[in-house]
Design a binder for this molecule. Sequence first.
Ligand SMILES: [Ca+2]
Ligand SMILES: [Ca+2]
Ligand SMILES: [Ca+2]
Length: 356
Amino acid sequence: MATMKKALLAAAVAAFAAFLGHRWFKLKEITLASREVPVKHFSCHYLENIEFGAEDITILKDGLAFLSTGLKFPHMPALSNEPGKMYVLDLLHPKPTPVELLIKGKLDLSSFNPHGISVYTDETDDSIYLFVVNHPQHKSQVEIFRFVEEDTLVHLKTITHPLLHSVNDIFAIGVESFYATNQNSFPNDALHFLTIFLGLPWCDVVFYSPEEVRVAANGFLSANGINTSPDKRYIYVSDILDHEIDIFERQEGEQLVYIKSVDVGSLCDNIEVDHKTGDLWLGCHPNAMKLVNHDPEDPPGSEVIQIKKIHSEHPVVSQEYTDNGQVLKASSVAAPYEGKLLIGSVFHKALCCDLK
Ligand SMILES: [Ca+2]
Ligand SMILES: [Ca+2]
Ligand SMILES: [Ca+2]
């Protein structure tokens, strides 16, 4: 009897070890831990004044770009002790230079830690609202600003909600309503890591309006960038650890209906969409292990991926820019505008490139 018990126990331990080994192998696949990218550059220069990352960038139709900079994030190197800042840059200027935005209002600037951003233009009076994910003391909240004059943001409102527990990016759809991605399935890091280890796609996208807050879509391993088609009919979400872009249709009453997923073969962070062509531009991490290891001898690289004809039977996914971390570490966003491309990063610099 004792021998039988021992044999069963040994079999159980072996099965558990095999399971752990399998999950460990899967984790290496998820993080693309052995991936290297070749170097493929455009003609680019560093943007002045951006030394501590520009995690997210978005560009208005008139060439005005907004940048969120200085993100401090758990497990990522933070090179500056200063709080984060917002910048604006005019791409129509002969020598576009980022200018720090002055923030007016009651927001605590000493703990300002800006992450994903989105702009909403109110077409009735052309006023511009800037929505910014903020992580003071590593919490998650959304700040709504109004952009006034050339270089000023007026803080209007801070939004917190239990469903908005680990927000990465947002897509603003009204003066006070938005979709937000949660990159963790649980606010607790250890529980979230466990779900990733077990491969459970439990992250969600939340719809927020003053009247209603609810989960609008789920089933993401980790939801990161979110943006829309030029006609605002579709929503694109980067499921970063699943290496794909998930496409949803917005239906009446802000119901999201899943359409399909497009494989990108990389860990794509934020999504920007060309206003004219509808092409998607993705700032991606070629290898997430390098991102968490931050070994100066083997830094995390950068990768920009473009998707053309995303709604057709055969979307065209192409690798447009890659770097081994010597020029740009940890690219997180690529924003196109009239033959130019701004590439931002999590904690490093930002580039202005010529696509022609
Ligand atoms: Ca964004
Ligand atoms: Ca997915
Ligand atoms: Ca992001």
